[in-house]
Design a protein around this ligand. Structure first.
Ligand code: CA
Length: 233
């Protein structure tokens, strides 16, 4: 894949310079916008592959930018937030962002997140060209058509809820899913935010697919936010 075109949306000049210098040094193509309105215009006219979005913009909230973009585009959005409160990240993720970075962040962190997003982008493109019926990630395999899952050659004995959870996570591999998003998808809105139940089912699912109690090889916990399935190298 060619180096993706990245739209950097940041009004703070020093942070913007740090990001664009890093992108330039690593041979990424980029565009920069300093407010929400320009960001939306640039996104529609230049069709970037990835958006790096600051949530605190001078003209509108970054969450509004995500909502607008999501009406026509599913490009990966990495939110960059100065606010450390979980609610901002959760609002951004629920609006359709893929991942978040909290300021201050290191150049290495930024590059690592970009690599995760590029893998997700690659998978999204492969999936759209060929509707996939089997998901493979390391030793884990989910056969959506047959409705079963395997670890290596061994079929996993999952309850219907565990299987639904595994499907939801695998279909969104690389993306952080919030508690609300997961509970709504698994149980519908009546169970919305029943995080305690979700935790119980997630623990039993993990027991079946992870190597040990503390292992997060496949499913990463984002405390106070949600969960993400990691794409195993
Ligand atoms: Ca800002």
């Amino acid at each position: 894949m060619n180096k993706p075109l990245i739209l950097v949306v940041e009004d703070d000049t020093s942070v913007k310079n740090l990001i664009t210098t890093t992108l330039k040094a690593h041979d990424y193509r980029y565009l920069a916008a300093g407010n929400g309105e320009t960001a939306i215009l640039d996104a529609s006219s230049h069709n970037p592959d990835i958006m790096l979005l600051d949530l605190g913009l001078p003209d509108m909230d970054g969450v509004e930018v995500i909502k607008k973009i999501r009406t026509w585009s599913n490009m990966p959005i990495l939110v960059i937030s100065a606010r450390s409160e979980d609610t901002d990240k959760i609002d951004a993720l629920d609006a359709g962002a893929d991942d978040y970075l909290t300021k201050p962040f290191s150049v290495e962190e930024l590059l690592a997140r970009l690599r995760v997003i590029q893998r997700r982008l690659l998978m999204m493109r492969q999936e759209s060209s060929l509707e996939k019926s089997v998901f493979k990630n390391g030793d884990l395999k989910v056969d959506y058509a047959a409705g079963c899952a395997f670890l290596g050659d061994v079929e996993l004995h999952l309850t219907p809820i565990e299987y639904k959870l595994l499907c939801l996570l695998s279909r969104n591999v690389g993306k952080v899913l919030t508690h609300t998003y997961i509970t709504q998808n698994i149980w519908g809105s009546s169970w919305e935010n029943d995080v305690a139940s979700l935790r119980v089912f997630m623990a039993t699912l993990r027991k079946k697919i992870e190597k040990g109690a503390d292992s997060q090889q496949y499913i990463q916990t984002h405390i106070g936010v949600g969960y993400r399935m990691i794409k195993v190298e």
